[in-house]
Design a binder for this molecule. Structure first.
Ligand SMILES: NC(=O)c1ccc[n+]([C@@H]2O[C@H](COP(=O)([O-])OP(=O)(O)OC[C@H]3O[C@@H](n4cnc5c(N)ncnc54)[C@H](O)[C@@H]3O)[C@@H](O)[C@H]2O)c1
Length: 475
């Protein structure tokens, strides 16, 4: 058992009863005690914006790609590029040169992002910084009248999750998490199949983020600025990156929109890889000396969630074992099941997978309208095979048509909350933890995400340069 201070640090809360298991049982309730929804942001349609004026904050490995993608979407004006590192800003300016945008630049200071949020000619702040800045920036942006789009995870403590919810409700500004995996092709296909009853009642789903970053990525001096991700991995123990596996599953299960997560348990083993690697690197290079001998997040974390309607979710996280990439993406229903990884994705109605021919027939029947509309173009533009572009296009199209956004603030808060909740459970022998209801009861009547594209779908795409020539220009 860790000490009281450790409990509080992990939960981001103070003043709770820490008496034995009741603390964990009541954790979710305590964190939302006396909370009432002041305005329901689920299904909320903000006033239409003909032009969406964007300020980007954080243009490292992920952010620069977002700027490039957005620069191709009609109705987007890139007003500001902000990164504390001038070289990141400069690289981004080069990437969008000749694409009709002339953003102002903000750089060379830790808090310069506030100036971007304070402008009065920006509609959307798009953030791709290290995790610990996501909530502070999104809250500040909303308080200054901007919609906020934040990379994953949206928050790192339960307190931050509530800050996002409270601020979005108070300001009536959208706060969306950029969970791109919700827009991958197999995930959208199976979401549409589930909407059409193909799987019957959903019984159980599985997701994961199993991605070996221990080779070069996490240790590279040039990858994550200031080695920020490594610092999280030393400080925290649990599932630090839950949303890629979880987002698509929650949409299939209508979590926050008919059902809610009730409680979860989370278990980790030991770290067998990161500590060894740190020592090995430190023996040859003093740069790594501060990391040697530290206690790292464990190799494998497994969390299990039970929903109020008696369904279950299994979620795994492992970024340090030499394993093949997987997000699992298993859907198990009373009539059928599907499994995305190992690729290719497959569908089953019983003991065997359906044949390729049978799969093709289902694919033709259930490919959702958004994929029919821009799927091919998105594949050509790229960004994790196209899903990043579908996500950005859909966000802009919703804002321009005054439609509710697909991932609202309750999704951002809930999916991100699994990180700190897993830390809390892991730190306490996998005790069960209640999951807060960030919708404060409105999940009972909130409508599922609309994938029909019956409204909207009017946003075009600009001419694509340097992407293999003569591809479709307009949709
Ligand atoms: N959805 C996805 O598939 C995906 C993929 C990669 C990364 N991400 C997410 O994107 C975010 C960024 O990751 P990354 O890989 O680009 O990391 P990165 O380190 O390459 O980039 C982060 C950028 O933020 C900048 N930054 C740091 N502090 C700042 C400050 N105070 N003000 C302004 N800028 C600041 C850094 O200089 C850097 O350029 C993370 O949240 C990560 O989880 C998502």
């Amino acid at each position: 058992m860790k000490n009281r201070r450790e409990f509080i640090r992990i939960s981001g809360l103070s003043g709770l009863s820490l008496a034995g298991s009741s603390f964990f049982k009541n954790f979710g309730e305590s964190s939302q005690k006396n909370r009432k929804q002041t305005f329901n942001m689920s299904g909320y349609a903000a006033p239409k914006l003909d032009i969406v004026r964007i300020g980007f904050i954080g243009v490292g490995a992920r952010g620069i790609g977002a700027v490039e993608r957005m620069s191709m979407i009609e109705g987007v004006e890139i007003k500001a590029i902000c990164d504390k590192l001038p070289k990141a800003v400069n690289k981004t300016l080069v990437a969008i040169k000749g694409k009709g945008h002339t953003p102002d630049i903000y750089t060379d200071s830790e808090e310069i992002w506030k100036k971007v949020c304070e402008r009065d000619d920006i509609d959307l702040i798009y953030t791709a910084t290290p995790w610990e800045l996501h909530t502070p920036i999104a809250v500040y942006a909303m308080e200054h009248g901007k919609h906020a789009a934040i990379e994953v995870p949206a928050a790192v403590t339960i307190d931050e999750c509530w800050q996002l919810v409270d601020t979005s409700e108070k300001t009536k500004k959208h706060c969306t998490m950029l969970e791109n995996c919700c827009y991958d092709f197999f995930e959208l296909l199976t979401l549409n199949m589930s909407r059409n009853g193909f799987f019957g009642d959903i019984v159980h789903c599985e997701g994961a983020y199993i991605h070996n970053l221990n080779e070069e990525i996490i240790w590279s001096k040039n990858r994550f600025v200031d080695m920020w991700q490594l610092k999280h991995i030393i400080k925290r123990k649990g599932n630090l990156y839950p949303t890629h596996g979880l987002g698509p599953i929650c949409q299939v299960m209508n979590i926050n929109r008919g059902d809610r997560m009730d409680y979860m348990v989370s278990l980790s083993g030991n770290d067998f890889c990161l500590g060894v690697k740190a020592k090995e690197l430190a023996s040859n290079d003093d740069f790594y000396f501060p990391f040697a001998g530290k206690s790292f997040n464990e190799n494998m974390n497994t969390s299990v969630v039970r929903t109020e309607r008696g369904k279950s979710i299994m979620l795994q996280y492992d970024i340090s074992s030499p394993r093949v990439y997987t997000r699992i993406q298993l859907i198990s229903g009373t009539k059928a099941s599907s499994l995305k990884y190992p690729s290719p994705g497959r569908i089953s109605k019983g003991h065997e997978w359906l044949s390729d021919e049978e799969f093709k027939i289902l694919e033709e029947k259930y490919t959702p309208p958004v994929v029919k509309k821009i799927g091919e173009l998105a594949r050509q533009i790229g960004g994790h095979g196209g899903m990043d572009f579908i996500m950005d296009w859909r966000l802009i199209d919703c804002l321009r048509n005054g439609l509710p956004i697909d991932q609202d603030v309750y999704d951002a808060a809930l999916w991100s909350s699994i990180g700190p909740l897993s830390e809390l459970s892991v730190a306490n022998r996998s005790s069960s933890v209640d999951v807060p209801d960030f919708t404060c009861g409105s999940y009972k009547t909130n409508k599922p995400v609309d994938i029909s594209l019956l409204t909207g779908g009017t946003t075009g795409v600009r001419k694509i340069e340097n992407k293999g020539g003569d591809v479709q220009l307009k949709i």
